[in-house]
Design a protein around this ligand. Sequence first.
Ligand SMILES: Nc1ncnc2c1ncn2[C@@H]1O[C@H](COP(=O)(O)OP(=O)(O)OP(=O)(O)O)[C@@H](O)[C@H]1O
Ligand SMILES: [Mg+2]
Length: 207
Amino acid sequence: MRGKFITLEGGEGAGKSTQARLLTSWLHDRGFETVETREPGGTPGADAIRALLLDGDTPFTPTAEAHLFAAARADHVETLIRPALAAGRWVVCDRFVDSTLAYQGAAGKLGVDLVRSINETAIGDTWPDLTILLRTDTDTGTRRAIARDGAETDRFTNRDFAFHRAVGKAFDNFAEREPVRFAVVDGTKSIEQVAGAIRSAVETRLL
Ligand SMILES: Nc1ncnc2c1ncn2[C@@H]1O[C@H](COP(=O)(O)OP(=O)(O)OP(=O)(O)O)[C@@H](O)[C@H]1O
Ligand SMILES: [Mg+2]
């Protein structure tokens, strides 16, 4: 039987990586074979593209950047996610297409429709069975990321805050438009409370 594909989305510091780990180990304890992965990256090809995107030295136009994210995603889907699901494994992915749609599409310059069309061939029939949106206000997420990363406290300017608010609003819109795929979880609660809410969403929707 095909496994299930679960993605975690939300702004910076929302708790995606923390909850991806907890959800994967909970599924594993329940007897499922699991794969925990993240984007951008997740395979050697996708990681090479990730390095190119994040090194900051190479300028790309927004359209080229969106294609690079999609290229990394195609490699990740074809090499890792799709074969794992076919083998019956449950795949938990920290960020996926909705991050690209929110950051490059809605908050960036390209618009959601264009970014979605660029991503459609990369994803094919491998859309997530369930997308957990960890909802936090920008302040909460930013404060957590700053506490985690220490010295990097200066990297958030006012312009960044406006951008992150636009990202948060985009995620909310996506969840409203696709209530079957999305489960919205209050990410401002404690780690254990958030984990519990995610587990109930998985139980209700997928088990
Ligand atoms: N519910 C929570 N309450 C308080 N702190 C939390 C909670 N969830 C995560 N944290 C802490 O906040 C920080 C950010 O969490 P995490 O790295 O999981 O977020 P993220 O969404 O993956 O962030 P990024 O977008 O930067 O990858 C970590 O130090 C983590 O331990
Ligand atoms: Mg993370």
